[in-house]
Design a binder for this molecule. Structure first.
Ligand code: 5AD
Ligand code: FES
Length: 364
């Protein structure tokens, strides 16, 4: 069996069948695969792990995804919107603590008051940090003009998960209406690339109805779309969402966790020069989940620096970690954890995706 794994690792072009096999590995063989990837990729990509301070500044959302705890129809969710000054203060905190980059994330809104506010905020953050802080945004589907406006205002990376690249599965986890359109999501990714963003996407792992083959095709989708960054993690059911009714049919949490690490390692094999984030959802299952991801292929970690009073309200899924700690505690705790995983922190570096520079031939 290990020979089969070695053969696949050494192949030039991986097929869906190869990837499904790797994604489904268990026990000793799985350990062998994860270790082989872990030992190799640090040699080629380097030991550095990059921090992105994550600010989840609002959970108001106009969408109704069936898996998400902050979906519009969840009346149990306590809604909040952090004021601009506190967001800028969080950015200054990230800058002073040498995080290199910031991620601004919120529920999805596309009204003018919102899009203009973001443009203004991006400029303010750039000013307040001497243009030194890299900014990633994760604010859902928008028009190409809005994406361009935000790019010109200073954002240079964008995260928009496809959630599942299988169109049928996509419509099992989203309402089938014009607000949740699969093709729109793909077109948004293309617009982002066209404008010049480093473009990130990702999927949830262990969704109801999802197979290893679906997951293998997700990885091939990232490759085909020439994606620069990926964030993917286990699906964690939330009681106040429609998908909760499938809770008994889901893989065990441990299985979702194990398959997530297999996915990260298989993606690292498939796309050696992209950025892969160690998703926070991993830590909701295993306290050392993100560090394990760093061992087997991930090179980005996103410490939560949202002001603590609101952290508990950004509950996309339950059991979300670090909702009590202040930003200082989180960053101390993380630096120790990263070192325990045998990696180094790229302080004060943007940690851009090497793939972006390889594909665009731009200078880093
Ligand atoms: N479990 C895991 N991840 C989730 N997300 C939303 N809801 C859940 C959940 N229940 C992820 C989605 C979204 C990202 C911001 O959070 O993939 O893109
Ligand atoms: Fe779509 Fe939260 S409602 S991801």
């Amino acid at each position: 069996m290990n020979n089969k794994i070695i053969n696949i690792i050494n192949k030039q072009a991986l097929t869906a069948k190869d990837l499904s096999f790797l994604i489904g590995l268990e026990g000793e063989e799985r350990n062998f695969f994860l270790k082989s990837i872990g030992n190799n990729y640090v040699d080629s990509l380097g030991k550095k792990v990059f921090f992105r301070g994550l600010v989840e500044f609002s959970n108001y959302c106009t969408k109704d995804c069936y898996y998400c705890g902050i979906r519009k129809s969840n009346t149990q969710s306590e809604r909040y919107d952090i004021d601009d000054k506190s967001i800028i203060d969080a950015a200054i905190f990230a800058h002073q603590n040498k995080y290199g980059s910031l991620v601004l994330q919120s529920g999805e809104r596309s009204d003018k008051a919102f899009t203009e506010r973001i443009t203004h905020l991006l400029k303010e953050i750039k000013n307040a940090t001497n243009g030194e802080l890299g900014i990633t945004i994760s604010l859902g589907e928008q028009s190409e003009d809005v994406y361009k406006e935000w790019f010109d205002a200073g954002a240079h990376r964008y995260l928009l998960r496809i959630e599942s690249s299988n169109r049928d599965l996509y419509y099992k986890i989203h309402p089938e209406d014009e607000k949740h359109n699969f093709e729109t999501r793909i077109n948004c990714l293309k617009s982002l690339q066209k404008i010049g963003y480093q473009t990130g996407t990702g999927v949830m792992i262990g969704l109801p109805y999802q197979s290893y083959e679906d997951l293998a095709n997700d990885l091939l989708f990232f490759k085909e779309m020439n994606i620069d960054m990926v964030g993917m993690g286990p699906f964690i059911e939330h009681t106040e969402t429609p998908l909760y009714e499938h809770k008994d049919a889901l893989w065990s949490l441990q299985r979702r966790f194990d398959v997530s690490l297999n996915m990260i390692a298989a993606l690292r094999l498939l796309m050696p020069d992209i950025n892969i984030a160690a998703a926070t959802a991993l830590q909701a299952i295993d306290p050392m989940g993100r560090e394990k991801a760093l061992r087997y292929g991930a090179n980005v970690i996103m410490p939560n620096i949202t002001p603590t009073i609101h952290r508990k309200d950004y509950t996309l899924y339950e059991n979300k970690p670090c909702t009590d700690e202040g930003a200082e505690d989180c960053s101390n705790c993380l630096s120790i954890r990263v070192e325990m995983a045998g990696r180094e922190i790229g302080y004060d570096e943007w940690g851009d995706s090497k793939h972006y520079f390889n594909r665009t031939k731009k200078k880093q």
